[in-house]
Design a binder for this molecule. Structure first.
Ligand SMILES: C[S@@+](CC[C@H](N)C(=O)[O-])C[C@H]1O[C@@H](n2cnc3c(N)ncnc32)[C@H](O)[C@@H]1O
Length: 217
């Protein structure tokens, strides 16, 4: 597993059933089942090709891994898995998946989210939906910085400030300077596609902060 998936696995509570949404190669599902961390693992993907790969990867632990074909969390019954990992998708897709499964609005579920892009938008979207950040881990994989976000529903919706959107719980972690430097061009590109409104204003503020920090990073 790469550093992202290892950091994601560390947030999985031992002894709880887990779902690996968008499992693709199936490495995380295989680790969760093979290490004994999870008694049951649901390896899930939208497409048959990736699911077939996951079946091969997970073959030694086939007694503990179930394979589900379909979109997001729609392949699970509420409660089947409490550890819900969504890794390697953009922030909007992750938020769409959460919106399509209102049953995850329950503190019993431990969400572990690894956005491929638009980390700030994920933090903003989680806060507006009442999901609180419980932890974040910065990590580098294939030369790029990622954050692994651990979140739980607590029902307290708010629109966070730009600094929170940009950094979440990553302040002080090794690699934060490199992480922020990587975010700036992406944030600016994203801003160009936004219609005027509160989200565009929040992103403008992010860009101002990043410019101010340029001398420091
Ligand atoms: C880039 S791979 C990530 C694989 C792995 N989770 C990781 O982070 O290394 C994204 C996977 O998500 C799957 N996917 C995309 N949208 C999905 C959705 N709505 N529901 C389930 N799987 C989805 C794709 O088919 C693909 O296999």
């Amino acid at each position: 597993m790469d550093a992202r998936l290892s950091a994601a696995a560390a947030y999985v509570r031992p002894g709880h059933p887990a779902a690996d949404i968008g499992c693709d190669h199936g490495k995380l599902s295989a680790w969760l089942a093979g290490s004994g961390r999870c008694p049951r693992v649901f390896a899930c993907d939208l497409r048959p090709g990736p699911l077939a790969k996951a079946k091969v990867t997970c073959a030694p632990w086939a007694d503990r891994v179930q394979f589900r074909l379909g979109s997001g969390l729609s392949v699970l019954k509420p409660g089947e898995a409490t550890e819900l990992i969504i890794a390697g998708m953009g922030a909007e897709t992750i938020l769409e998946i959460l919106d399509a499964a209102p049953w995850v609005q329950d503190p019993a579920y431990n969400l572990i989210l690894v956005p491929a892009t638009k980390h700030s938008i994920l933090r903003l979207g989680l806060a507006r939906r009442g999901f609180a950040l419980a932890g974040e881990t910065l990590c580098q994989a294939a030369g790029r910085w990622y954050t692994v976000v651990n979140a739980r529903f607590d029902g307290r919706t708010f629109t966070p400030g730009a600094w929170f959107c940009l950094t979440g719980l990553t302040a002080g972690q090794a690699g934060q300077a490199g992480y922020l430097a990587q975010q700036r061009p992406k944030v600016e590109k994203y801003r160009r596609g936004l219609a005027p409104g509160p989200e565009a204003e929040a992103v403008d503020e992010l860009i101002r902060i990043l410019k101010q920090m340029e001398g420091e990073i």
